[in-house]
Design a protein around this ligand. Structure first.
Ligand code: MD3
Ligand code: FE
Length: 199
């Protein structure tokens, strides 16, 4: 896709049964919620996390937090299936020894979108981000280092993994409003896992 950005089509398919079951167990402990941005808007994407740190936003700002603020207790542990999949995908893309401490889980229902942004809340910007797409297909917008750079469009499908590091780590990116549909395994939604080294 660009220097430092690798798309692994279908890479997660052989893990899907375990990964989908593990998402269900996480969501039972830490349900999806629509977080509020510092500007006071409720996000159309619903989120939860697992791992030692979780990404959260509220009126006070964005941060990684060891606790789920809605529950006042730690986020669920990162399942072995998640860890294995993220490590294998990162290695395939040329990033050896990727050990994420955070996994943000995004749920898109029809119409949900994510506007162009950079991921810069992580301490170690040298570590890549590994992104796993499940369920309905989405149009991923991949911009440049300036917000005004015109984004390229990629259709991300169930099982696709993207790995972002090196010079692409701070590129602007987003997701176009999700088109309605029905996925055989996931139903009327798209779920995206992003593995990060937050701390
Ligand atoms: C490119 N999520 O959670 S993942 C996010 O599909 C996020 O839910 C999108 O952007 C989603 O922050 C896109 C792919 C992704 C993640 C991080 C990146 C692409 C990236 C960081 C730099 C450049
Ligand atoms: Fe992002």
């Amino acid at each position: 896709m660009a220097e430092g950005a690798v798309l692994l089509r279908g890479f997660a398919r052989s893990f899907e049964t375990d990964v989908i079951a593990d998402i269900g167990a996480i969501v039972a402990q830490a349900p999806f919620r629509h977080m509020v941005t510092p500007g006071g808007h409720s996000m159309s994407v619903a989120m939860t996390n697992c791992g030692g740190a979780g990404w959260v936003t509220d009126r006070t700002g964005y941060r990684y937090d060891a606790n789920d603020p809605a529950a006042g207790k730690p986020w669920p542990a990162m399942p072995a299936s998640f860890r294995a999949l993220a490590g294998l995908a990162a290695a395939e893309a040329g990033f050896a020894d990727f050990s994420p401490d955070a996994c943000l889980i995004n749920r898109y229902q029809p119409g949900a979108r994510m506007s162009l942004h950079q991921d810069r809340d992580e301490r170690d910007l040298g570590a890549p981000i590994v992104s796993v797409s499940l369920g309905l297909p989405a149009i991923f917008l991949f911009g440049g280092l300036k917000r005004s750079d015109k984004p390229q469009r990629y259709r991300l499908e169930h099982g696709d993994i993207a790995v972002w590091g090196g010079p692409a780590r701070l590129n602007f990116h987003g997701v176009a409003p999700l088109a309605d549909g029905e996925h055989v395994l996931m139903g009327r939604q798209r779920i995206n896992l992003t593995f990060r080294k937050a701390r």
